[in-house]
Structures are given as C-alpha cells and as structure tokens.
Ligand binder design. Structure first.
Ligand code: ADP
Ligand code: MG
Length: 248
C-alpha cells in the first residue's frame, strides 16, 4: 500500500532522514517509536509530501508519487493534492477550523476535494461522526469540545476524505491523560476495521496491542523493525534496548 525507498531529507545542514525504506501493507498498522528528534514526524510528513524528500521514492498502491526535488510546495500542485487525498493525516494539535461547526469541519474535504454534493458530504460526515461517537456534537464548535473530542472530530474529518491510509503523528500527546483512552479506542476500532495506518506514538501499550509492525527510529534511521513481540520482548540492538529501558 505504501512503499518508501531510500528516503533522504535534510533541513539545511541537518540530515534528518538518512536512507529510510519502509513498507506498509494494506490493512496493517505500523507504529513508529523512537526518541524525540529522531525524524519520526519528518518521515510521515514526507510520505504525504508535507515535506519534499531530497532523494528517494514513494509508491502508493504501486503508483510512484511524482515530486520535484527541492521545489517549494505549492498548494496548487495537482500531484500533491492527489497524494494528500489518498493519504489522510491526523496531527498532535487537532487543527480543526475554529469558525466552523463539527459537521462543517467534517464536510469540508468531501465538498472541496472530492467535489461531492452537500447532501452526500453530510451523509459521509454523519457516518464518520457516528463512528467516533460524536453524532450529538455535530453543531458544536471546536472550542466547545474537550481535546479528546476534538481529536476524534479530526479523525472523522480524515476518514471523510475516504483515504486509502491514515498517518497519525502523536495523536494523543497533546491530550490530558484522562482523554487519551477515548482517542486510542477510536484508533483501535479503525485498525480492527482494516484501515491502513501509520502511527507515530509514545503509547507503548497501543504499539504492543494494536500494531502489526513496530518500527524503531533513531537518528534518522530505522534501527530495528518487526512484530511487537519481537521489538518489545526480544529487542536485538543495544539502542532499542536502551530506549525501552528508559521508558520503564
Ligand atoms: P521527531 O518527530 O522524531 O521528534 P522530527 O522529525 O520532528 O523528529 O525532527 C527531526 C529533526 O529535524 C530535528 O532535528 C528537527 O529540529 C528537524 N526539523 C524538523 N522539521 C523541521 C523544519 N521544518 N525545519 C527545520 N528543521 C526541522
Ligand atoms: Mg515528532
């Protein structure tokens, strides 16, 4: 579903992604773990071209994503819009439109990007709000919701674009601890329904219990990857052992 080959990305002299190759199979959940600054966000931002790689290739569904290297990202770029409609993204901050209601937030993508009618967009939006348990909040504004509710709206909004995969960048890191569970529960449900997901996370229990593959990144490289049992119970590299020991 997603295939990344030998990605390299620098910000000026800071070489952030150092030859990353990664495969995400359809319907699988890949969790990316690793210390802060290791390039996790840059990697997933690169997958949907919020950052343009310096080198390497990206394939979505066997189709190579075209991008001009080093070019400034222009919103009008057709190919960029193309990839961003195929691969949804949920950020740490919820990034909802503050002046739109919940249902308007969720309908925006289907109307603007998919060019669906208002009726169809509303139907899709309502289905997805139901899925995240927020049907009764469709006329609320984001600032009337808790952080956990806002993040669930952000997930409903991503789903309403009908993406092939969703990338999550630490979706629970900005939440009060008591609100983390409701967001993880929605993500777990999506995983069970077969959504292809890449999740950068500090939630090791989520990685252990929900991910099919766990990827450990450090210093711009994938140090180790494998099924959760292998990564958590039988880590091979010293760097991963140290990382896990520090969490305890
Ligand atoms: P992580 O998500 O693992 O914490 P990031 O991908 O955010 O790591 O960052 C990796 C490195 O890239 C850091 O040194 C960070 O300062 C740098 N970096 C990330 N985004 C930018 C940017 N837009 N401009 C310049 N440097 C950046
Ligand atoms: Mg990050």
């Amino acid at each position: 579903m997603i295939l990344v080959k030998d990605l390299n990305k620098s910000f000026n002299s800071n070489h952030v992604l150092k030859g990353i190759s990664l495969e995400v199979e359809t319907g699988k959940v890949v969790a990316i773990i690793g210390p802060s600054g290791s390039g996790k966000s840059t990697l997933i931002r690169t997958i949907n071209l919020l950052e343009i790689p310096d080198e390497g290739s990206i394939f979505i569904d066997d189709k190579q994503v075209q991008f001009e290297r080093k070019k400034k990202i222009s919103r009008a770029d057709k190919e960029l819009c193309g990839i961003r409609t195929e691969v949804g993204m949920v950020f740490q901050g919820f990034n909802l439109f503050p002046h739109k209601t919940v249902i308007e937030n969720v309908m925006e993508g289907p109307i603007v990007v998919r060019k669906y009618s208002k009726e169809k967009a509303m139907q899709i939006g309502r289905e997805n709000l139901k899925k995240v348990g927020l049907s009764e909040k469709e006329n609320a504004y984001p600032n009337q919701l808790s952080g956990g509710q806002q993040q669930r709206v952000a997930i409903a909004r991503a789903l309403s674009m009908e993406p092939k995969a969703i990338l999550f960048d630490e979706p629970t890191s900005a939440l009060d601890p008591e609100l983390v569970g409701e967001v993880l529960a929605v993500m777990k449900q999506l995983a069970n329904e077969g959504m292809t997901m890449v999740v950068v996370t500090h939630e090791m229990n989520f990685a252990k219990n929900v991910a099919d593959v766990v990827v450990f990144m450090e210093d711009g490289k994938i140090v180790e990857q494998g099924p959760p049992e292998q990564i958590f119970d039988a880590p091979e590299s010293d760097r991963l052992k140290q990382f896990l020991a520090r969490l305890e």
